[in-house]
Design a protein around this ligand. Structure first.
Ligand SMILES: [Zn+2]
Length: 438
């Protein structure tokens, strides 16, 4: 039984240390995790205490189409289809959709997300996204998306987004939590990367982009610029310590070396890669070269799912089920993410996730790291602490209401659909809390 401030469990602080019986105390904005003894130690087998899970890539207010009608759409088709909705979306829609996704993240054990926000074609969008994170208490880093070509109504100049970053730095969020983020080769000219790199240096913020995501992107980059995508970033001065490269599916050996030597970080999103049939990122080669590889949920289910998908996808690609170990996958979702963001390791950021280990899915428990990676799911998360604040307690959000968030997001989706001349079927609505179950 947990009390409001004390959580007992087997502490799994990282992938390599021996798990130990612990009591976590959340008190006055502080988290303390100490060894449990006596009666406390006897109860620890009922739960696991993990460091916060870190989602290095997502777009919480996603406008990508969902539903059976969108199944089988290519990445390019899905992105094009979302443009009409993005063009009419404003701050209210960004906030409501972000808040609902933020609640889903917290319930999946995520304490920190890097939210890649674009398009930034209207005033107030960044503030709306931050309000969405804060609605549930999630720690949000912002990657400020820059689009200068493609869907014209969604484009801004690099300078506009740099000015936005300048206004946001240490006002909206500490500058350490901001990235300048050209969206992709589809949406940016080569010069954008160089301009963003110089501005990031001046502002003391970091860099972020989707790169080497598909073979089509690599082919287009070579045809247009005579180099591969990561080589182009290297020439633009974009590869540096802390730069986040999302996807990195199609990398040459030389590009893997460039990434490792630069101190840039890869955000690997295995389930998204499988969904869009992008291929298998060379994660084991990146790790062996000394690069930092982290995990991104990217619109899919949860970091638990990503950890095991990473193992299965890498095993499939190598023809070797042991190509990526549970320890490495666990580190990608925890320690590597913390290192990439500059957060303290283990429980030192004041973050903690409690998992119910009495669930049959995670029993019998032989190896907590293996069970967390291969068996755990959002349904097993009972408590989440972010920066010493208990934001999920005994299965309930403490600062928001799931039903209210879902009702608001549902209403936003219907309204957006109506504004672009589309409809959402009636059965998409969630039942009101006032209505009896049917
Ligand atoms: Zn993305």
């Amino acid at each position: 039984m947990t009390t409001p401030s004390d959580l007992t469990g087997i502490a799994v602080a990282d992938a390599t240390s021996e798990p130990w019986p612990a009591t976590a105390t959340v008190d006055g904005g502080r988290l303390r995790v100490e060894g449990a003894a006596g009666d406390g130690a006897r109860h620890t087998a009922a739960a696991a205490l993990l460091p916060g899970l870190i989602n290095m890539h997502d777009h919480l207010r996603s406008f990508l189409p969902t539903g059976r009608a969108s199944e089988g759409a290519s990445l390019a088709t899905a992105i094009t289809a979302s443009s009409a909705t993005q063009a009419v979306a404003g701050p209210a829609e960004y906030r409501a959709l972000t808040a609902l996704s933020a609640a889903r993240q917290v319930r999946a054990g995520v304490t920190t997300v890097v939210d890649h926000v674009y398009p930034l074609h209207r005033d107030g969008l960044l503030e709306a996204v931050v309000a969405g994170h804060r609605a549930v208490g999630l720690r949000g880093y912002l990657a400020l998306g820059i689009m200068t070509r493609g869907a014209e109504r969604l484009c801004t100049s690099v300078e506009d987004v740099v000015a936005l970053a300048e206004r946001a730095a240490d006002v909206l969020l500490p500058r350490e939590q901001l990235y300048l983020a050209p969206v992709s080769m589809r949406s940016n000219a080569p010069d954008d990367y160089a301009v963003a790199a110089r501005a990031a240096e001046r502002l003391g913020v970091r860099l972020y982009t989707h790169i080497a995501e598909t073979q089509a992107e690599v082919d287009a980059c070579r045809a247009e610029h005579g180099v591969r995508p990561v080589e182009l970033l290297h020439h633009a001065g974009f590869l540096r310590p802390g730069t986040v490269l999302v996807h990195g599916v199609r990398l040459s050996d030389a590009e893997i070396e460039l990434i490792a030597a630069s101190g840039a970080v890869v955000a690997y999103c295995p389930t998204n890669h499988l969904r869009f049939a992008k291929g298998f990122a060379p994660v084991v080669d990146l790790l062996d070269a000394g690069a930092t590889v982290t995990l991104g949920v990217d619109g899919m289910e949860s970091p638990f799912h990503e950890m095991r998908q990473a193992i299965y996808a890498q095993g499939q690609a190598a023809g070797d089920p042991g190509a990526l170990t549970s320890s490495r996958a666990f580190d990608m979702a925890t320690g590597a993410g913390a290192r990439a963001l500059g957060l303290p390791a283990g429980f030192d950021a004041g973050d903690l996730v409690r998992l119910d280990l009495t669930a049959p899915a995670v029993q019998p428990l032989a190896d907590p790291v293996w069970s967390v990676v291969h068996r755990a799911a959002p349904a097993h998360v009972t408590d989440v602490v972010v920066a010493g604040r208990h934001i999920l307690r005994d299965g309930a959000l403490t600062v928001a209401d799931d039903v209210a968030l879902a009702e608001e997001a549902s209403s936003v989706v219907r309204d957006l659909a109506a504004r672009i001349g589309s409809t959402v079927p009636q059965f998409w609505g969630i039942p009101s809390r006032m209505a009896p179950p049917q």
